[in-house]
Design a protein around this ligand. Sequence first.
Ligand code: ZN
Length: 460
Amino acid sequence: MTDLLTTNFADHWVVDPVGGLAGVAGVSIVAGKIASVTWRDGEVAARACWAAGANPGAGDPTVALLPALIDLHAHFRQPGANASEEVESGTRAAAHGGYGTVALMPNTEPAADNVETLQAAIAGERHGVRLLPIAAATVGRAGTQVSDVAALVKAGAVAISDDGSPIADRAIFRAALLAAAAAGIPLIEHCEEPTLTAGGEAADGIVASRLGLRPWPAAGELRAVESAIVVLRDVVSSVPTARLHLTHLSTTAALAAVRSAQGEGIPLTCDVTPHHIALTDAWIAGDRRWAWEVASGDERLAPTADAFDSNLRVCPPLRAAGDAAGCREALRNGTALAIGTDHAPHSREKKEVEFGLAANGIAGIEMSLSVALAAHHAGELSLATIVAALTTGPARLLGVAAAGLTPGAAASLVQVDLAGIWRPSRATLLGRSINTPLIDRELPGVVQLTVLEGRPAYQR
Ligand SMILES: [Zn+2]
C-alpha cells in the first residue's frame, strides 16, 4: 500500500460539486487528509462560478482537481471471464480513469444472484478503489424468479439489476421493484423490448440500411421505458419508497418519456453513457466525427476509417446525431443524473468476428472523463454538468457519499490536465481488454494523479 499523501496543490482549477464551489484554489493535503482549501477569489465567487457552470476562463489554470469519480455501471467480468477483465485490472483501469468508486453489474458467470458470487465479484486487489456490487434482480438473470434481495443487500448489494437483459415479464418486474423497495435499494433496468429488438445489430436508420445491418429500432427502447413507467406508477401509489433507475438510455424519445414521468414526481432516474453522448451509428460506416460535429438530420457520411469496426457493436446501439444530442440535453436539463460508463471489456476472440456476431460492449472506464471533456471543449456540456454526472449524481442513486473537499476529510480526488492530449492504446490503457473504437484517437484530459482515501492510486 502506498503512503498517505502530503502535498500542496497550488493554483488549480478546483471543482467541488458537494460544496457547490468552483474556481482557482489551492488545496493542501496533510497525511492523506484535506487540510485546507483556499479559494483565490473567495467563497462567494466560487459559489457563483459553480452556479455559472464551473467553466474555467481564458488565463485560468488548465490543471484541475476534481473529486474522485463514481461509476454506477461497469462490468469487471469476475468471476467467469477474468481473461477479459477482473478486479485487479479493472480497478487499475478505473483509477487511471479518475474513478474512486465503481458499481459492478451482476452479469458474471455465474450471475451474482447469490451472496457467494456477489462477494467473489469484488474480491482481490482493488488499488484503493471502492467496489459496490449490484446483485442480479432475478435468479440467473433469467427473469422468472426474483432473487433473495434481502440477503443480497445484507451482503453489500447497493441495487439489483438484470442488466444486459430486460425483465420482460411485467409481473416479475413488478415483484422485483417491490423487493428492491422493501430492501431500500433501487431496481436498475436495461430497457429493451425483445420482440422489437431481437437480432438487431445497429440502430434502425440510414446507416443500418446502407450497411445491410439488421435494425434495432428506437421503439424497442421507448416501449420498454413506457411500460416500466406504467408499472412504477402503479407500485408507488401503494409503496412510495420504490425507486426505478433506467440505465444507458440512448434515444431522445425515451428520455422525453422519462422527463415527463419525473414531472409527475415519481421516483424515476436514468443515466446515459459516454459513447451515446459522443458517437453516432455513422462510426460503423467509418465516419469518425464526434456526434456534435454532425448537424441533426444530416445523413451524409464522411468515412475516414474502415467500416464495421466491431468495437462499435453495443447494446443499446449507437444512434444518429439527433439522439446523441438528446442524451447531452438530458444531462444539461437533469433528466439523466449520471454518465455511467457501461465499461464492457471483451476478449479479442469475442470482438474479432463479423460485426453482427461480435459481443456487445465498449471498454470505456479509462476514456469516459476524456469523452465528456471533449463534449465540454466543444461547448456542449459545462464542467459543472460533467462533474455532477460523474460524482454526486451516481452517488445519489447508489446511496453513498460523493467525495468533497471538506477540510478534515480523507482526500479522494483526481488531478487532470484539461488541456492535455493523450491517445488510448495497448501501451497507455491499463485494463485487460481494449475493445474501444477510440484506440489511437487524440482525446483531451490527461489524468495525472488519482488519490483515494488519502493514498495515490494512479500516478502518471
Ligand atoms: Zn445494459
